[in-house]
Ligand binder design. Structure first.
Ligand code: GDG
Length: 742
């Protein structure tokens, strides 16, 4: 059955306007809309059963009813979310644009922390959730866009666990240091909401890393490369640098309407040079610094006075927010001052235009200008830069681009500037205006081929391909969780068998982790269960642990069970003394490994060393996750380098780096136990890498029930969420034994 595709964004891609006595709709402009519309138009009609764009229409139900009949819904249908005016204000102008926007663009002093904004933000996301839930089937595809809808994927996931959900953020994701300034419950709501998606896309790898770091430090969830395991689901994060419709802009050069406008501007400028820029009115776009740089250029190069024009197009935006209205006033003043100070009756240094431009007008200006001046203080990507490049079929013209724009990562042949450095802007304007035609052509050729090789269609196709891949990956690694039915099956298998083996890892498998190993003591209930199981002559019960023999002896020494300490280095059978393989040596290398580990105690506060007879371990469970992970991988490398002459293995366990004798592992000891007996039921649980040797030995035995605690892929046949459930299964078996005895 064909699936429906839902595109979800704050606003529908149209604007409803009053024209005399009636309302009309026109296509809106903006980065997100340009990109998605272009991709959807390129899709085959039969790719999906339906394409639905969900978003706020920007008008009430009555007005919508009056315009909706005239809508062109050939490409996609519109599904409007009606939000009452007050809530929309708090959600859009409030939380989205007075908190998230400034903060994510590194303007923390502009951020307004207001709980009412946050409540409305969640409320509005819930409205989106309700509307989508009414129309969606459980296996449909949803693509959510941008910072207005960060919690939505999480909400949808709760109701529809199998949905395919992609999320794309069009603005930067800030570093942890900035993100952490918002209240903790907002942080969690945002991150867990985003993690409801299967694939989370950002413009650049920097933003991906920032997000992954926030997840790891705030949610204490590790990521393996691009993958995060969250609520037993694999979530992928990656960079998808958004692009434009290259052909549209490239081909526009020769279109009649565009050529006419270009010629109009070329005539208008005469022998003067023309600088052009276009932005939404936004403090992130660096307008004031741009003007300062331009003014400095004119002052330092007076020969350019009357010989250059700066056409500055500003698109009205978010004027309901004080910071934006203020900005407009300041900008008007700034331009007025500059023109009156430097200009004269026959020459205005800045031609200022405050309104929307038609496509023809836009490309006419892109192709008539000598230099495009794009200087945002921060910008997720910046499509204007790419559009300028694609429009220049003539390979002439110069691009000055802020290194703080995501697009600077790709358009490295632009003249890259720091937008806060007016002197650098001035210097580059001069360099750009005097650049010879060959250099212009060389730079543009390189940049054009980059934009042409990754168009908006490729961007979206790449996103959908990876979304599909991550779904497959999820299936492949789908953890085989032990459900109720399976528990009964295990129980039946046990009850009908004659000779049984239990191989039970301790930490993380029978008991959860504690701050310090000495605190993870077994409960009386666990000891009772083990005692019951061990008393049955048909059962051989082994605790098979990385712990030292002393702790195991203290906790389990008086129970009728066998103990294996230090991953197999020491063995104590019921009623016997501890045995050790006499060939195991440790002395030399343990001292050396400890010396190396000690350096990391200082580098990683709250880490500690555990010295055992045949191994030594560095624990970082209590340390800051980022610091812990970084230091752990450094220590691991360090140990590999310095210990390679010794007969040791270096293991990466659960928040632990351990060095132990190479001839010890849980697999060898498992093999030894199996060779001495014929078991028709084997039950084994473990939680980390050291248990994989044991699981691998048991993998091919049909009578084995191997269970990994946790959701990672494993040699074990099944998975369980927590040690508590493992204990429950053991209790169930023990109860059966008790009933038989009584
Ligand atoms: C956000 C992120 C990211 C604008 N005015 C007119 C007009 N536009 C078109 C431009 C361009 C788009 O709008 C602006 O895109 P930007 O990327 O420059 O900036 P934002 O609107 O802030 O977009 C940004 C983007 O999302 C995509 O992910 O790159 O970083 O902030 O396409 O051409 N087009 C026409 N007339 C106008 O008056 N024809």
């Amino acid at each position: 059955m064909k699936k429906k595709l839902f595109i979800v964004s704050n606003r529908l891609p149209l604007t409803v306007e009053q024209a005399e006595d009636k309302y009309i709709c026109r296509q809106s402009s903006g980065g997100l809309i340009s990109s998605i519309s272009s991709y959807l138009q390129g899709l085959e009609h039969n790719d999906y059963s339906e394409k639905i764009w969900v978003g706020a229409p920007g008008c009430n139900e009555t007005i919508w009813a009056s315009v909706s009949n005239d809508l062109n819904e050939d490409e996609y249908t519109y599904s409007p979310v009606f939000i009452n005016w007050k809530n929309y204000e708090l959600y859009y102008n409030g939380f989205s644009n007075s908190l998230l926007w400034p903060l994510f663009h590194y303007f923390p002093s502009y951020a307004e922390y207001n709980e009412t904004y946050f409540d409305a933000y969640i409320e509005v996301n819930k409205l989106f959730n309700v509307l989508i839930s009414k129309q969606i089937n459980k296996d449909d595809i949803v693509w959510i866009h941008d910072y207005h809808l960060l919690p939505l994927a999480g909400m949808l996931r709760k109701e529809f666990p199998t949905l395919t959900i992609g999320f794309f953020l069009h603005i930067p994701f800030p570093s942890y240091e900035l993100f952490r300034v918002i209240p903790k419950h907002w942080q969690r709501e945002i991150l867990t909401g985003m993690l409801g998606a299967d694939l989370i896309g950002f413009h650049t790898l920097d933003y991906v890393e920032h997000f992954n770091e926030c997840v790891s430090r705030i949610l204490r969830t590790e990521h393996e490369g691009h993958f995060i395991s969250w609520n037993n689901r694999l979530v992928k994060t990656d960079a998808f640098p958004i692009s434009i419709d290259f052909i549209l802009f490239n081909n526009a050069y020769t279109k009649k309407g565009v050529a006419e406008i270009r010629n109009k501007y070329i005539d208008l400028k005469g022998n003067k040079k023309l600088i052009f820029s276009i932005d939404r009115l936004d403090y992130t776009k660096g307008l004031s610094n741009r003007l300062k740089g331009y003014e400095q250029f004119l002052n330092e190069n007076p020969e350019y006075k009357e010989n250059v024009i700066f056409a500055l197009a500003i698109i009205p935006s978010r004027d309901g927010i004080t910071k934006y209205a203020e900005r407009k006033r300041l900008l008007d003043e700034h331009i007025g001052n500059l023109n009156s100070r430097l200009g004269n009756i026959s020459w205005q240094p800045v031609l200022y235009y405050y309104n929307h431009l038609s496509f023809e007008e836009l490309v006419g200006l892109y192709t008539a200008c000598d230099l495009a001046l794009i200087t945002p203080i921060r910008d997720g990507m910046n499509l204007v830069a790419k559009e300028f490049v694609a429009s220049r079929q003539d390979k002439q013209g110069v691009l000055i681009l802020s290194e703080m724009a995501g697009s600077a990562k790709e358009l490295t042949e632009a003249l890259l500037i720091n937008p806060n450095d007016a002197s650098e802007i001035a210097e580059m304007i001069k360099y750009g205006l005097e650049m010879n035609s060959a250099e212009q052509s060389d730079r543009l050729t390189e940049m054009r081929s980059k934009v042409q090789n990754y168009t908006v269609n490729m961007w979206a196709s790449d996103f959908f391909r990876q979304l599909n891949d991550v779904k497959n990956e999820q299936l492949e690694f789908e953890v085989k969780f032990v459900d109720k039915g399976l528990r009964l099956q295990i129980f039946d298998q046990y009850a009908t068998s004659l000779k049984r083996l239990f191989l039970l890892d301790y930490d993380g498998s029978l008991v959860p982790f504690s701050k310090h190993p000495s605190l993870a003591k077994p409960s009386d209930e666990l000891k009772k269960t083990l005692a019951t199981l061990g008393s049955n002559s048909q059962n051989d019960v082994f605790i098979i642990s990385g712990r030292d023999s002393k702790s195991l002896e203290e906790w389990f020494g008086n129970l009728p069970i066998n103990l294996i300490a230090e991953h197999g280095a020491k063995l104590k059978l019921i009623g016997r003394e501890w045995e050790t393989d006499t060939e195991l040596d440790t002395f030399d290398w343990v001292v050396k490994a400890e010396r190396i580990m000690q350096q990391y105690l200082v580098k990683c506060p709250n880490s500690f060393i555990e010295r055992k007879e045949f191994s030594i371990a560095w624990h970082y469970r209590n340390s800051d996750p980022l610091q812990g992970n970084t230091r752990a991988s450094e220590l691991q490398q360090d140990l590999h380098k310095k210990m390679n002459a010794h007969p040791v293995n270096i293991l990466n366990g659960h928040k632990i780096i351990e060095v132990r004798n190479r001839s010890i592992n849980k697999g060898y000891v498992t093999e030894k136990i199996l060779s001495d007996n014929m078991y028709d039921f084997i039950f084994s649980i473990g939680d980390d890498e050291t248990d994989e040797d044991m699981f691998a030995k048991l993998a091919r035995l049909p009578q084995s029930v191997t269970i990994k605690i946790g959701s990672e892929p494993s040699f074990a046949k099944y998975n369980l969420h927590t040690p508590f459930i493992a204990q429950e299964i053991l209790n169930l078996i023990a109860e059966h034994d008790n009933e038989i005895v009584n």
